[in-house]
Design a protein around this ligand. Structure first.
Ligand SMILES: [Mg+2]
Length: 231
């Protein structure tokens, strides 16, 4: 792939396993909120009950669905209001809960070979990130390999919409066919980037599912395989 001049990466479940870090962050958030609020307000709080309220919020306000920060805050506010908290108390608790969640959520464990591979790639290519999540890559140790990271919460629409891909191409000053996008989500990453003419690598992170007819230029099961593709 000689014509490739820059690489863009998805983050969650591409550079690290997300579910584990989110699970730990939600646990830390719940413990923190239990310490701050009257015992009965958090009595029925669990992953399931939290998700049920979140589903309701997203159904009521589909326009905020791509902004996970706002969705989480609104969900917490609704939770505490449902328990009888005033709007202002609910907002304060939501801010505290989100603060702890966000802090913990950034403590991700990169997949094996991720650091090593990025280190090699960054010597040859500008690297950028495009995420639908709220990971703050540039504040993480991994951020040192990247020029920038685009989060969907700062854009009108998340991937697979072209808006973030277009912004990345503009900032990298390259044409779509000079860009290789790597991600684990077939719709958001592969189909989204493909539609613009960006070359794609589907990272079958979990290597569990055999997908036929994935419209990606390449499929990998370990990030290191990128080095062979780019030879
Ligand atoms: Mg992903």
């Amino acid at each position: 792939m000689k014509s490739i001049r820059a690489l863009t990466f998805d983050l969650d479940n591409t550079l690290w396993e997300t579910d584990l870090s989110i699970f730990k962050a939600e646990d830390a958030m719940a413990s923190h909120l239990r310490r701050l609020s009257p015992p009965d307000w958090m009595e029925g709080f669990s992953l399931d009950t939290f998700r049920a309220v979140r589903k309701q919020i997203v159904e009521e306000q589909p326009a905020i669905a791509h902004n996970l920060t706002v969705v989480r805050r609104e969900t917490l506010i609704r939770w505490f209001e449902n328990q009888g908290a005033t709007k202002s108390i609910a907002e304060k608790l939501a801010s505290e809960g989100f603060r702890i969640f966000y802090e913990e959520r950034q403590k991700v464990e990169p997949y094996p070979d991720t650091v090593e591979t990025l280190e090699i790639l960054a010597k040859t290519y500008p690297l950028a990130a495009i995420t639908n999540g709220n990971a703050d890559l540039m504040a993480m140790p991994l951020g040192r390999y990247f020029q920038f990271s685009l989060q969907s919460q700062h854009f009108p629409k998340p991937k697979p919409d072209p808006v973030m891909f277009e912004e990345a191409l503009k900032r990298l000053s390259i044409q779509p066919n000079e860009c290789l996008h790597i991600g684990d989500d077939i719709e958001h990453d592969v189909i989204g980037a493909n539609r613009l003419g960006i070359r794609t690598v589907w990272f079958n992170t979990r290597a569990l599912v055999i997908e036929e007819d994935v419209p990606a230029d390449h499929t990998i099961t370990n990030l290191k395989q990128l080095l062979d593709i780019l030879k």
